[in-house]
Design a protein around this ligand. Structure first.
Ligand SMILES: [Zn+2]
Length: 272
């Protein structure tokens, strides 16, 4: 009995997966033909079409294998990059996604016997970071895209500038602290009583604050002076008689001049 109970979903899934993986072995990459089982594959191997291709194969064997290698590698890497970015991931997980495409290039037509062989080769060629644990091989894509590299470099430069700025700031602060320490070492404060040496030195505080009371006073005097003016105007009118110019007021300046004149007249009248 297997790991899982018969007829459970997990059991069926495992069976299906095993069957799929098994089928990969019965694929002829050269003819791009999938056979159902070992029997079918043997039949295909002896078929005329396959034999014809096989006759051509020795002349172009290297070319074939090279192309298969390249195609498999680029397909695997492309998927790794697209699906997982630069994250570390189990090599087999990527492979499972890769073979999910029915038209993928099959590994049995490449130079690599196993996935581990292939992945280790990627690591040796510096196309991936590869590490092997007891759980299997893990791969991590190395992004060599010029744009990404340029971006990373720019980011690195910016970080360096920021770091330099911070270091400069720290150095400056430390210098200031040192200076302060040096200064306080030489300086001893003398505490003495405050004595006023002369009465001449007085502190005078002159604050001109506009209070509400001041404002009220100002308004009051304004009203008073206005009423005075009015009274005086009435008096002026009576004394000037029917002088029309006085009433209409030809101009402000003239009116003021007349007022001054009127004042003298009034004084004279008072003396009498
Ligand atoms: Zn074939």
């Amino acid at each position: 009995m297997g790991k899982h109970e018969v007829s459970t979903p997990k059991y069926i899934a495992n069976k299906l997966m095993a069957k799929c993986l098994q089928k990969l072995r019965w694929y002829c990459q050269m003819c791009q033909k999938q056979c159902h089982d070992e029997n079918g594959f043997t039949c295909h191997m002896t078929s005329e079409s396959h034999q014809r291709r096989l006759l051509l194969f020795p002349d172009n064997a290297d070319k074939y294998i090279n192309n298969f290698n390249k195609e498999f590698e680029s397909g695997y890497l492309e998927l790794l990059k697209r699906q997982f970015g630069t994250k570390r991931v189990h090599a087999n997980r990527v492979y499972q996604d890769y073979i999910a495409d029915r038209h993928h290039l099959h590994m049995n037509s490449t130079q690599w016997e196993t996935l581990t062989d292939f992945v280790k080769c990627l690591g040796r060629e510096g196309k991936c970071i590869v590490d092997e644990t007891e759980k299997g091989c893990h791969v991590q894509y190395i992004d060599r895209d010029p744009e990404t590299i340029a971006m990373q470099e720019a980011l690195g430069r910016k970080e360096k500038v920021d770091r330099d700025d911070q270091e400069k700031m720290m150095a400056f602060i430390e210098k200031q602290i040192e200076k302060e320490k040096e200064f306080s070492k030489n300086y001893t404060p003398v505490f003495a009583e405050f004595v006023r040496q002369s009465e001449e030195y007085k502190v005078v505080v002159n604050l001109k604050l506009k209070t509400k009371r001041d404002e009220d006073m100002k308004n009051k005097t304004l009203v008073e002076s206005n009423s005075l003016k009015n009274d005086y105007k009435k008096g002026g009118c009576s004394s000037a008689g029917n002088n029309k110019d006085w009433e209409s007021g030809r101009g402000r300046g003239e009116k003021r001049k007349l007022s001054a004149l009127d004042e003298i007249i009034k004084d004279e009248e008072n003396k009498k």
